[in-house]
Design a protein around this ligand. Structure first.
Ligand SMILES: Cc1ncc(COP(=O)(O)O)c(C=O)c1O
Length: 459
């Protein structure tokens, strides 16, 4: 059966197949939330269900669809590679497209980096960065920020600042230690012994959308320089124009030793990852012919990923998507910041470019607060679901809770998103928050219903 025949003849079996062979716990979550849709298409900033309804996709496949879903130019680039029947992955040989991609990425990156190590995913890029830093410095320790997220393979997991991901998978890599995100004194203390290979940090943390104070990242970079520690920016989520600059590090004029990229780099079509490395670090790792293949990955730098990435860069530049992200992000903040004043449950609205979040907290009134606490006792972070559910079911807007047990909703729209959709989201959000605050009992009802549904799904 061809792909189109399969898509047509077995449509509707997604959930059953998932439950049987993939992740039944995910199936339970989807049923509990009523998110068990059959998605039949994606276009630009939207997902399309089997009845043809368009949903504004603010989840963005965890942030891979910067140029929008199924961008025709990225699709064409992949087709071109297939039609050209390129001599892909000769392995004992090199190819043109990944070379051109490296050339273009490095031209867009700060002067501190001069070479590219290809990979296939974000976590693979982070693993490469850890290895390069250790080999380049001859040191073993790696520092990371509390609440950091760098991926879920064992090396990246060892520098993950969230217990819910780490628990049960130990022992993890030795020598990996957390420091507070924003805590320069803590970082200086950890660096003092001179045994730290790298400090790995997201310019804006994905879990919670935590934006650092103005002087934090430049200060951290300076401390690393002085300690002989590599300063590593994980731009897997913040890169590719997400925050209104091609790389978020441009907001602070950083010059890292290593930069990790992935996610949106190939337009969301083909898995991709890359580390941009300083010449010095690169040459300490690949320091002789017998060490030329000391690190790598079979599919790293393959033609399909490189071509999709080159098309993505072309679209970003031609459509000026970094500027657009900055403009749309500013509009979204302008429309949503007033919610902090208008609604007791809204604690903070924050964002950089089109990486945006809203944080909720308990209301002041005693009765409403008791209800909040009842719901939150059931499951911390449940209030956020009281917002995401009506957004999905009543407004056809898909957005995510920004991490385990936190009342933060996050959005990562396509950078091509229309202004009217940003306005629609802001209005729908306010309507939903107003309803949640006006009818606090809905909180309790929702908590009970969700609990019951979860119990039913468990059976
Ligand atoms: C900052 C950051 N680094 C690394 C990763 C891991 O990327 P991947 O899921 O492609 O392995 C993620 C994924 O969300 C991320 O946000």
């Amino acid at each position: 059966m061809t792909v189109s025949e399969l898509l047509a003849s077995r449509r509707g079996e997604e959930m059953a197949l998932n439950d049987r062979y993939l992740n039944p716990q995910m199936g339970r979550i989807l049923r509990t939330l009523g998110f068990e849709k059959v998605w039949s298409g994606g276009e630009g900033a939207h997902l399309i269900d089997s009845e043809g309804n368009r949903y504004l996709d603010l989840f963005g496949g965890y942030g891979v669809f910067a140029i929008g879903r199924n961008h025709p130019e990225a699709i064409q680039a992949v087709r071109d590679v297939l039609e050209a029947r390129t001599g892909n992955m000769p392995q004992l040989g090199v190819t043109l497209l990944s070379g051109v991609l490296a050339e273009q990425l490095l031209a867009l990156a700060p002067d501190s980096v001069a070479a590219m190590v290809p990979a296939n995913t974000g976590t693979e890029a982070v693993e490469a960065a850890i290895k390069i830093a250790r080999a380049a410095t001859g040191r073993g320790r790696v520092l990371y920020a509390e609440h950091a997220f760098h991926g879920l393979t064992l090396g990246s997991l060892s520098i993950n600042g969230n217990a819910e991901f780490r628990d049960g998978f130990g022992p993890l890599l030795a020598g990996c230690d957390p420091v507070g995100f924003g805590d320069l004194d803590g970082l200086a203390r950890e660096l003092a012994a001179g045994d730290v290979a790298a400090f790995v940090v997201e310019p804006v943390q994905g879990k919670g959308v935590n934006i650092p104070a103005r002087d934090y990242l430049p200060g951290a970079q300076e401390l690393c320089r002085r300690a002989g520690t590599l300063f590593v920016c994980d731009e897997v989520q913040t890169g590719i124009a997400r925050t209104g600059r091609f790389l978020a590090l441009e907001h602070w004029d950083l010059q890292p030793d290593l930069i990790c990229l992935a996610k949106a780099l190939s337009g969301g079509l083909v898995p991709i990852g890359a580390v941009l490395a300083s010449r010095a670090a690169f040459e300490k790792v690949f320091d002789g012919m017998e060490r030329a293949v000391r690190h790598g990955s079979t599919f790293g730098g393959n033609d399909l990923a490189a071509a999709a990435a080159l098309a993505t860069l072309r679209v970003l530049q031609r459509e000026r998507l970094a500027e657009r992200a900055e403009r749309m992000g500013a509009l979204l903040l302008e429309l949503t910041r007033p919610l902090v004043e208008r609604y007791e449950v809204v604690r903070e609205v924050r964002g950089l470019g089109l990486m945006w979040a809203i944080e909720f907290g308990p209301p002041a009134g005693a009765g409403a607060r008791r209800l909040w606490e009842r719901v939150e006792r059931r499951q911390p972070g449940l209030f956020s679901q009281l917002i995401t559910l009506p957004l999905f079911h009543e407004h056809r807007i898909l957005c995510q809770v920004a991490g385990h047990h936190m009342n933060v909703i996050k959005v990562l729209p396509a950078l091509t998103v229309e202004e009217s959709e940003i306005r629609r989201f802001a209005a729908a959000l306010e309507e939903t928050i107003a309803a949640a605050e006006r009818y606090p009992r809905a909180l309790a009802r929702f908590g009970v219903r969700t609990g019951l549904r979860a119990a039913a799904a468990r059976r």
